[in-house]
Design a protein around this ligand. Sequence first.
Ligand code: SAH
Length: 264
Amino acid sequence: MNAPSNSAIADRLRIVLVGTQHPGNIGSAARAMKTMGLSKLVLVAPEKAPDRDTHAMAAGADDLVEAAPVFASLADAVADCQWVLGATARSRRIQLEPLHPRDAASRAVVAAAGGPVALVFGRERTGLDNEELQLCHAAVHIPSDPAFSSLNLAAAVQVLSYELRCALLGDAEGAVERVRTPPPGEGAASHAELEGFFGQLAETLEQIDFHKGRAPESAMRKLRRLYLRANLDGAEIRLLRGVLADAQRMARLAGQASDREKIG
Ligand code: SAH
């Protein structure tokens, strides 16, 4: 096993805690991560800042908490990520491809060879909201008892960090090789590039009156799933945005022509 290169991959695996309500859980999550060789903890709008409870529960993993950047929104926290995985306690609410922790972990390690990867955890009471789940490329569900499916936040971080470690140790050679030799071309698009594309797509669908009075959410959800499955790279995003820009131009011209007709 090649420890330094292995840890280079671990450094690209980011654990993101969204809207954490109990500061103690931030400490427990940091400890869970550190035992599994992970160090990149990121906080999104925690309800309370890390405090004494955090440090008591961190029990020696305080360095992760101290180094943790705090973002105002999940979109900001994952803007540079290539792959974003949302951990969810309830499988029925998921509109994304739900993965088993083991598969999710190996895919995360493979994706981390190309750039940063985020594993996102929700609030203790309510989990991740729909808007936050929309920002995720896939969901992971720990197959708990459906009658009592919700793990404590830090316990969920522990289980998934363990799976990431197993994936890393099991595939150390392969993953290390992939990091040394990045895939040809420019690699997968970043989260921000994808969101820019989805924004323009939503705008275009409005302009060409695609929805015809139907709620736009359902079509956008399906289109997001389709494009996320395609694993687009930066050049492909630019190509698609070029197509949309032309469609938008045509829609504007058609609009102007029909205005002239009304006036005339
Ligand atoms: N009542 C909330 C549970 C939140 S538990 C709900 O039903 O959504 C806090 C977080 O821990 C969740 O948002 C999720 O990220 C993680 N978590 C808890 N149980 C999980 C499970 N079985 N699988 C995956 N993640 C889980």
